[in-house]
Design a protein around this ligand. Structure first.
Ligand code: ATP
Length: 857
């Protein structure tokens, strides 16, 4: 073996040496070629004239490789193939690399076969472009060009070059039109995937952020809970200690009492009673007082309670038989019959028979609903016009685009809407729907239109929809939707006429069913107009006694118009000057006040044994609920918040919490929320808010992400603006053209209503005292209201700590009554504010109250 090895090694080494040598030669050759070619272009033209004198030693060539280099350049470049000659050194480099490494990636001959076409084509092409520079095309390129020029003309040469290149590429790279299209499709797909991945990444990041926030909140809540628990335990411990001390004292008192009793007994025994007669001595019996053991008595009592030891003496029926008045002395006994008590139903029936059902509209009996003439008629909006040519053109383009991608169609129909036309296509069997969906951009390109939306498939129809914007969109006027039979006859609690669908039908939705609405859209896309359309719809259908708005408008300009109808349709805090809230700090109070209103309404509903406001109001109208028990007709309350993003940014949790609470609970008591925002990002529309707002309206937004945040699906980024919107209540997306109502129209409507007789003031929401305002310490008791003593007596006698009681009995305004209650709290007569419940009265009887009042004086 060892011998064999020694024989093989030198052989191997030998061949390696050869290889190295060949590599060096080839690589060196390549280098010489490359450098002398390069140098030829810089100096070769001077050298050319020296070529003929090569043998002359005095002649010096400028080429980097001297005369040899000049000669190489002259042969390969000048007399040869011009700049195409540069391929040759590269071929040599690849060859040398292959020799030294032996690796498969270096394929010199494959390279050669690929460039051989260009070694011929490039000189001719360069000669064609620069016929006056033979140094680039080489003599070969020049001559061939010259020959061809005279043979087929200049244009002919151009065509020949182009055709030959196409033929070469077709065979070489199998380039067909189809492969070109496929390549394009793949590229589009790749770009889309990248975009989607990017989007997904952003969504994921946002999710992580959200989760982190939630976690922090949970931790905060847990910490608070533990603190509370600790406080409570401490309190309980204090109580137990106090209780123990009291029990001890009780025990001591008892012992003292027993001792006293025993002493008394002994004393009694010591008093010797002298018997007066011997018999007496036997008769006398000193009755010992029965000592009633209190604990025993209590135990007995408890036992009897536990055993349910009550006996109600129910008179038997025979005993209730009417007694015939028997007159024995001529005087007749008159028995007064007490009429049987009326049931609620009977009272209600009697009242209804007498006064009719309660009609809330009688509160403002002469109120006139705004009429449709106040709204402008837009002529162009009467019927959608799209000319036949445009239809035909769009149809052809769609078909053509689809055909280009090999998608065949069975049928196509068009439905013309106010702003977009829906082309419904039925593809031939076997066509993948996703393929059509992927062509969205291509179809948009071929139609040269923005806002193409492809619905594949249209739910419940089995067709694919392509929405194409009309070149002349027609306006949908508020007048036309409000005048429609659909709205006029709508049997809904809070009907909203949003606008028209793609099939030109008026679209009406019930806010009461939604039950809350989230609205988003980039600036200038029709949000404010949308809000106005909603408010207008409701005002046209509802009497002021049936509907109140709470309006929040941080932008201060959008909703100000409605201040004219403050006394008819608006609700506000009792101490607020303006009904439309523009100050973010006040929003918090209003929202909390709405929460109180909600709680109060729930209390009313509970007492009336009904589940929702509708049933409650029906019952109230049938006079089954007694107003003296606090029952009243409940109007719907619609809270409108414009620019919610602004609010969340400045007030954060403080508004998010009451909003979330209202959104979760208020639907049954007739409080509905409409929230509009320009920026539908996840930190504005948080998970809690989103989950409780099934109704969503999206105007055009700027990105797919925004669209996903608001609608949970893309599409809103492809709308065309100007009131083009998507609406959903959780399942299906509907594309609508929002009705247009202009500011002057709103102005006219509010003017019309505002001039009529209204309520004395806006509806008052319950008072809410913010945490930092409620400190009783800030109230100066030396400066008491003159009615303070009266109020205190009233409250203690009634044992009910409510401002409304003071209002009623002392005939006070809300504010003064509120102030009085605050003073009473500061004086320790009533307890702190407890939300919807009345305050606790801390003084139980009038005697202690008088004492307290004296002390105060
Ligand atoms: N439904 C509609 N029909 C026709 N045009 C509309 C419609 N809605 C809006 N527009 C047009 O778009 C313009 C801007 O609308 P709007 O004021 O409602 O935008 P916005 O979304 O409220 O903007 P911002 O958030 O900045 O207030 C309107 O002046 C009007 O010309």
């Amino acid at each position: 073996m060892a011998i064999k090895n020694t024989q093989v090694e030198p052989k191997k080494n030998k061949s390696k040496q050869y290889i190295n040598a060949i590599f060096a030669v080839v690589a060196f050759l390549g280098l010489i070629l490359l450098l002398s070619f390069g140098s030829f272009y810089f100096n070769g033209f001077e050298d050319q004239s020296q070529i003929s004198n090569m043998a002359d030693r005095d002649v010096v060539a400028q080429n980097i490789f001297g005369k040899f280099g000049a000669l190489l350049g002259e042969i390969f470049i000048h007399y040869g193939i011009g700049i195409a000659a540069f391929f040759l050194p590269f071929f040599l480099f690849i060859l040398s690399a292959k020799i030294i490494t032996g690796k498969k990636i270096f394929k010199p001959f494959s390279f050669l076969s690929k460039i051989i076409f260009f070694l011929i084509w490039i000189p001719i092409f360069v000669g064609f472009i620069y016929p006056d520079h033979p140094q680039f095309s080489g003599v070969m390129g020049f001559e061939v060009n010259d020959f061809l020029n005279s043979f087929i003309g200049k244009i002919g040469v151009g065509v020949l070059l182009l055709v030959s290149l196409i033929i070469y590429l077709t065979f070489r790279y199998n380039l067909t039109y189809e492969t070109f299209l496929e390549w394009k499709e793949k590229r589009a797909e790749k770009i889309r995937l990248e975009l989607e991945a990017e989007e997904q990444k952003r969504i994921d990041e946002e999710k992580i952020l959200l989760e982190q926030r939630k976690k922090e909140e949970a931790e905060e809540a847990e910490r608070k809970r533990l603190e509370d628990l600790e406080k409570r335990t401490k309190k309980e411990e204090d109580l137990i200690n106090q209780f123990n001390i009291e029990a001890e004292q009780q025990q001591q008192i008892k012992e003292l009492e027993e001792i006293a009793l025993k002493e008394a007994e002994l004393e009694a025994a010591a008093q010797v009673i002298e018997p007066q007669s011997p018999e007496d001595a036997f008769v006398l019996d000193i009755e010992e007082p029965e000592i009633v053991n209190i604990t025993d008595a209590v135990e007995e009592e408890i036992e009897s309670i536990e055993n349910n030891d009550f006996t109600f003496e129910i008179p038997k029926e025979e005993e209730m038989v009417e007694i015939e008045p028997i007159s024995t002395d001529g005087l007749e006994l008159k028995i007064e019959r007490i009429p049987e008590e009326e049931t609620v139903e009977e009272t209600a029936a009697r009242l209804v028979a007498k006064q009719g059902k309660y009609d809330q509209r009688q509160e403002l009996p002469n109120y006139q609903f705004p009429h449709l003439n106040l709204l402008k008629k837009y002529e162009s909006g009467a019927n959608a016009t799209i000319d036949q040519k445009e239809l035909e053109q769009n149809k052809n383009r769609i078909l053509e685009t689809l055909r280009n991608y090999g998608i065949e169609i069975q049928s196509i129909t068009a439905t013309i809407g106010p702003t977009v036309t829906l082309y419904e296509i039925v593809p031939k069997a076997g066509v993948r729907i996703s393929k059509i969906k992927n062509l969205e951009d291509d179809i948009a390109l071929s139609l040269a239109a923005l806002g193409i939306r492809i619905i594949a498939p249209i739910p419940g129809k089995g067709t694919i929809g392509i929405e194409v914007p009309n070149s002349n969109p027609s306006m949908v006027s508020m007048q036309s939707v409000l005048a429609s039979a659909k709205f006029q006859n709508a049997d809904m609690e809070l009907p909203i006429a949003f606008g028209k669908t793609i099939t030109n039908e008026t679209f009406v939705a019930d806010l009461a069913k939604m039950p809350h609405l989230l609205m988003a859209g980039a600036t200038g896309q029709g949000k404010s107009v949308g809000l106005n359309a909603i408010i207008t719809s409701l005002i046209y259908k509802k009497h002021p006694s049936e509907l109140k708005f709470v309006m929040v408008d941080p932008k201060k300009v959008e909703l100000t118009l409605y201040s004219k109808i403050e006394r008819h349709f608006l609700a506000k805090l009792p101490d607020a000057e303006e009904a439309i809230i523009t100050d973010n700090a006040k929003v918090i109070n209003t929202l909390n006040s709405l929460c109180i209103e909600m709680d109060e309404r729930y209390e009313l509903l509970k007492n009336a044994y009904v589940r929702n406001i509708k049933e409650y109001n029906v019952k109230f109208k049938e006079r089954k609920l007694n107003p003296e028990n606090g029952h009243k007709f409940l109007p719907y309350i619609v809270l409108i918040v414009d620019e919610f993003a602004d609010l969340i940014m400045t007030a954060g949790k403080e508004v998010e919490l009451p909003i979330a609470r209202l959104a979760q609970l208020a639907r049954a008591v007739g409080i509905h929320l409409i929230i509009a925002t320009q920026r539908p990002s996840v930190n504005v529309i948080t998970g809690t808010i989103k989950a409780n707002f099934p109704g969503r309206v999206a105007f055009r937004v700027t990105s797919k992400i925004d669209s996903r945040t608001i609608l949970d699906s893309p599409g809103a980024d492809q709308l065309i603006g100007k009131g083009d919107m998507l609406f959903t209540t959780g399942n299906e997306l509907v594309r609508l053209q929002c009705a247009f109502v202009d500011t002057p129209e709103v102005d006219d409507i509010t003017e019309f209503i505002g001039e009529q007789r209204g309520y004395p003031d806006a509806m008052h929401l319950p008072e809410y005292v913010g945490e930092n305002e409620s400190s009783p310490l800030s109230i100066d008791l030396s400066d008491r209201d003159v009615l303070f003593n009266d109020a205190a007596r009233l409250i203690v006698i009634a044992q009910q700590g409510s401002a409304s009681l003071l209002q009623r009995k002392l005939k006070l305004g809300y504010n003064r009554a509120g102030r009085l209650i605050d003073q009473l709290e500061a004086a320790g007569i009533v307890g702190p504010f407890e939300g919807s419940k009345a305050r606790q009265v801390l003084v139980t009887d009038e005697v202690s109250l008088e004492q307290l009042l004296n002390n105060l004086n």
